[in-house]
Design a binder for this molecule. Sequence first.
Ligand SMILES: CC(=O)N[C@H](C=O)[C@@H](O)[C@H](O)[C@H](O)COP(=O)(O)O
Length: 228
Amino acid sequence: MTMQTLSHLKGGFVASCQPVTGGPMDHTDIIVAMAQAAVNGGASGLRIEGAENVRAVRAAVDVPIIGIVKRDLPDTPVRITPYLSDAIALVDSGADIVAYDGTSRPMPDARQNIVREVTDAGRIAMADCSTVADAKAAIANGAGIIGTTLSGYTADTDTGSEAPDLALVQVFSGLGAFVMAEGRYNSPDLARKAIEAGADCVTVGSAITRVEHIAGWFSAAVRDGFRR
Ligand SMILES: CC(=O)N[C@H](C=O)[C@@H](O)[C@H](O)[C@H](O)COP(=O)(O)O
């Protein structure tokens, strides 16, 4: 089952369907529609936030689902699936893969326990990493997928670059685990470069499902080009 999930994802792309929080598209029925449309267009898998949304998308599509829960906590910058109870809720909602914060920052529940719970349930734990050290720790903990998701989003890695971290993908690809390139793959060409750099799969979010971001890119470019 887990091997089947990974072979389904290998060489393809995952559409992350996470609308801008509180925006006009932040509704479960719209997330389900985005997920179905992405699969119709060729997405091999989906990344969905929130157990309720995972449950609704699960009922509508057959492809592997990476589930996360995002929380804003008062005393740590860690946001992605910080509690064991979140991981359990995602498994119960039908997520094939549960992604969690795989950095070394303080997290309320132990990462090892999250990985164990997910793995014992026959699902795959995916570590959202920011560095090679994160990825090595995640592999030691038993994570089945290492992602570059958090490169550029921690105090130590925030370079302000708008480009994806292809160099990190290349290093991850030598670690012997399934590699997910994720973060700022905002064009088909960049997604292809991720695979060429050694990623097994690439996740694309904003460029497919955050209309506000896409509109903002066009708006800025057009205004910039208007010099008459
Ligand atoms: C850093 C963080 O919290 N990343 C989140 C993880 O779920 C999402 O906000 C991203 O949209 C996702 O990783 C896909 O990346 P991009 O939208 O750049 O294609």
